[in-house]
Design a protein around this ligand. Structure first.
Ligand code: MN
Length: 288
């Protein structure tokens, strides 16, 4: 299944270039009152809603996807958990002084950068969809694009093994980890409003048998800037989930950004980014 959120909080099932409006399915979610449970409740109930979604889609109107304003497919991610450096070629380019800004990005003496730096957290309020665009939040500061595979957790998970970790995944989408460069902690530089773009839709895990072998690309104004494959990740998806789940309980709707390959570069207002991941799709994102 490919699930999109669009317009004024509508829900759609994507099929090729068209979308079927299945917003009525939301009525089937439990009607919670304060205090709300942790996590995204649509993601938490996705598996049990499969038949309802299919039924609703059969009678639904078909709308061309290109006509829609796409929102983040995860409406209420409790957290965005991110890998700092997870491709060797990006680790090498991060030594560029304009990217490094005096930070220590070297993992010398450690098996992997994540053994040294761990994972970091971005504010969930930084999340937007492809149709909402990026608003540069640190005027005068270099701010970079980073295309990353985004993993959406589907159920509570604690201390899972790398081998079992993919069983707790609801699905995948494209992620942009927008990053102001500077000396502050990553969580501060990367958490401005709109600095996590998720989209264009959620592809459920059954359609992505091997997340550790997906081509991913990013073009700026039509010019290819990042072009790699998740097989080059230093720590794969299962191991990333396992490590996160050893630090804290994962919840439905948690988003895990898996790190960016080489080719990052500075954003300017007026640019259009096209990000693509094989098996998921492509999204166009404007920079303001
Ligand atoms: Mn990143």
């Amino acid at each position: 299944m490919r699930l999109a959120r669009y317009g004024d909080n509508r829900l759609g099932l994507v099929d090729g270039y068209v979308l079927r409006d299945i917003t009525q399915v939301i009525e089937r979610l439990p009607q919670y009152r304060w205090p709300l449970p942790v996590g995204d409740q649509l993601i938490a109930h996705l598996e049990s809603l499969r038949r309802t979604i299919k039924g609703a889609s059969e009678a639904a109107a078909r709308i061309p996807v290109t006509e829609l304003k796409l929102l983040s497919p995860v409406a209420n991610p409790p957290r965005v958990i991110a890998a700092p450096i997870n491709y060797r070629a990006h680790e090498a380019e991060a030594e560029n002084p304009e990217i490094k800004q005096g930070n220590d990005f070297s993992s010398e003496g450690f098996a992997t950068p994540i053994d040294k730096f761990g994972l970091f957290l971005k504010s969930p309020t930084s999340v937007v969809g492809a149709g909402e665009g990026i608003t540069l939040g640190f005027p005068g500061r270099r701010t970079d694009f980073e295309v990353e595979l985004a993993v959406v957790i589907g159920e509570k998970a604690r201390n899972v093994s790398p081998e079992a970790a993919l069983d707790s995944v609801a699905g995948y989408c494209i992620g942009l980890d927008i990053s102001a460069r500077g000396t502050e902690d990553r969580s501060f530089r990367k958490s401005a409003d709109s600095y996590t773009v998720l989209g264009p839709w959620l592809v459920t895990a059954d359609e992505i048998p091997d997340p550790d072998n997906l081509g991913l690309r990013l073009a700026v104004n039509g010019e290819l800037r990042q072009n790699s494959n998740t097989k080059h990740m230093i720590v794969g998806v299962g191991e990333l989930i396992a490590r996160a789940s050893r630090a804290f309980t994962l919840h439905p709707g948690d988003v895990l950004l898996t790190g960016t390959p080489e080719g990052v570069g500075a954003l300017q207002s007026g640019m259009t980014i096209r990000a693509t991941i094989d098996g998921i799709g492509a999204m166009d994102v404007k920079v303001r």
